[in-house]
Design a protein around this ligand. Sequence first.
Ligand SMILES: Cc1ncc(COP(=O)(O)O)c(C=O)c1O
Length: 399
Amino acid sequence: MANGWANDDPVREPKGEQIVESRHPATMAAQALGWIDETTKALIPPVHLATTFIRDADNQYRAGFSYGRPTNPTFVLPEALLARLEGGASCLTFASGMAAATAVFLALRPGDHVVAPQVMYWGLRNWLKSCAADRGVVVDFVDAGATEALAAAVQRGRTKLVWIESPANPTWTITDIAAAADIAHGAGARLAIDSTVATPILTRPIALGADIVMHSATKYLNGHSDVVAGALVTARHDEFWERIAAIRTSHGAILGSFEAWLLLRGMRTLHLRVERCGRTAQAIAEHFVGHRRIVATLYPGLPDHPGHAVAARQMRGGFGGMLSIRVAGGESAAIAAAARVTVWKRATSLGGVESLVEHRASIEGPGSPAPPDLLRLSVGIEDAADLIGDLEQALAGAG
Ligand SMILES: Cc1ncc(COP(=O)(O)O)c(C=O)c1O
């Protein structure tokens, strides 16, 4: 590409003139790091559809791009922005959150031991139980909300990766990231975290000791339920990160150009959306505490949540937009309540501007840690009173 990018592989970055390290994340995100096209002075980058790039006469690729599978100019800016927001050394985007997460496990060697949470994104848990096991990677699942359980599970010299998710689907279990990093590093392992729900606005795991941060960028980072994407951010460049990058290139699980462009557009408003979703989620959680049709409200922002104290320490500016309610009357009452909503949308996924409700056990199937009476709520940016009123009428009619 002619303009706008520095050529310092492997950390590709937009040229640095407008980038000031100390700027607030809201400023960095809103301005996409201040990128301006040198030729046209456009504030918004183009979508690069090219799959191949000209080689210099002396056989070099000085622009930094050769072919569309290793990388693509449209990836560069969302990757640079996310690396900056997370305080990491580099970012790789992927075709989905699952492609990003599985690349970390595929970079392990047969025989490597992994510690992972019992409560985590179910799709990845299922993959770990089947495909990772087939490759000889040995995974122990523990209660990652209990630091002692993590400490007891790691095996010095054998454990190569501790994987955590915080807050974790669908009970919003909180893991103490700094403690988990100490435990992992003490055993000679890396700490990787699925930080999809926290987003870099609320938690910066690398500053707490994490080595790799993973996002399903399908969720808050994009924020508009119109892109499937994933991302990894590394604390440093090392041989493990190189292996992950090689896996992305060889497996080809790359983001499409248009998706990368949409992701960057979504990230410009990440700060506003995350703040608003978190404020409304807190209001909804507090409203339903002690409600006669609800057995429990699970939200890290409530003082009675088992992870509240740790969340208050490691999350800043709120506790996120995800909560769950356990409906009095069990599974059938929960499904009946979900059937009656009109403002909330009955759908899977999370982190979009529209609020979603989902009977989680139905999607996770047998072996799920989701209680059968649990409804997962992804709070969007609608009016809080509309959302509370709709849930009230749905619960009243379901009882
Ligand atoms: C917390 C979390 N991690 C990972 C994933 C997987 O991401 P994707 O659907 O983008 O592959 C999801 C998807 O629901 C998720 O909620």
